[in-house]
Design a protein around this ligand. Structure first.
Ligand code: B1M
Length: 210
């Protein structure tokens, strides 16, 4: 089995220490960080997602796999993010209220940092008031909202409304993303931008800041 398949397989087994080792081994062999992310870590998490959907595995297994994913991402992070880049703008990021999924949000954060933006990470279960207050406190250029559940994506509309209420809507762009989000949803809630993946989110954020 190849190294990237090993990473995918150990991630599915939730074996965080070995995932870390294998990611390091792949880097040492000169495999590009983006390739390790996509063909190793994201491949494994995709398979976990499919099994979860079919009820072949349950929340504990998914959680353990997610921890292994985060462990691998931790090793990759310095290689994905260019160190010491001067800040090109400020983004506030978080997963919306009621939603605890943070793997995609963390990838978006990493890519934003890689583009030289300063990122204020509010974590998960973030209320619309927290997003807007952090944007005011940090004079942010962009608010980035992630949601993975159809039951929580509606919270993004509240973020747009809270920015309007606090009088910062014309100063801050609002970007939305996550598996259930679409361009038409983005349009319907009056957000500025929807991006389907972390790399395009970083490009869009940089464009807004400049
Ligand atoms: Co959850 N979960 N989960 N889960 N979970 C999903 C999302 C689900 C689709 C699984 C399924 O049924 N197939 C389903 C949602 C169904 C729906 O709403 N339509 C689901 C469910 C139902 C639940 C629970 C309700 C389960 C339960 O308890 N019965 C529960 C909810 C808890 C809560 O949040 N309140 C729950 C819990 C969990 C765990 C805690 C076990 C764990 C999360 C661990 C963690 O995040 N630390 C978990 C996981 C891991 C998943 C799956 C398997 C994987 C999600 C993931 O990390 N994907 C997921 C199934 C799946 O997606 N296949 C599932 C990898 C990640 C890189 O992708 O986050 O989409 P993603 O990010 C992408 C893009 O979307 C984009 O960039 C990333 C890639 O480049 N992106 C943005 C993300 N945010 C962006 C923001 C942007 C732009 C782009 O701009 C701001």
């Amino acid at each position: 089995m190849g190294l990237l398949e090993d990473i995918s397989s150990f991630l599915q087994q939730g074996r965080a220490p070995i995932v870390k080792e294998k990611v390091q081994e792949a880097l040492d062999q000169g495999i590009a960080p983006q390739e390790i992310l996509e063909k190793g870590l994201l491949d494994g998490m995709g398979i976990i997602g499919d099994k979860f959907k079919k009820n072949e595995i349950f929340v504990p297994e998914v959680l353990i796999a997610a921890r292994a994913m985060n462990a691998g991402v931790g090793i990759l992070k310095p290689h994905l993010v260019e160190a010491g880049v001067e800040s090109k703008g400020t983004a506030v990021i978080g997963t919306v209220k009621g939603d605890l999924h943070d793997i995609g949000k963390n990838l978006v954060k990493m890519m934003l940092e890689g583009k030289g933006l300063s990122v204020i990470d509010l974590g998960v279960d973030v209320s619309s008031e927290q997003f807007v207050q952090a944007a005011i406190d940090n004079n942010a250029d962009i608010i980035c909202c992630s949601a993975l559940l159809t039951t929580t994506m509606g919270e993004m509309k509240n973020v747009v409304a809270a920015a309007e209420e606090k009088g910062i809507r014309d100063k801050v762009k609002i970007m939305v993303g996550g598996a259930p989000i679409t361009q038409s949803f983005c349009d319907s809630i009056g957000a500025d931008c929807y991006e389907p993946d972390a790399a395009s989110a970083a490009d869009a954020a940089l464009a807004f800041c400049s």
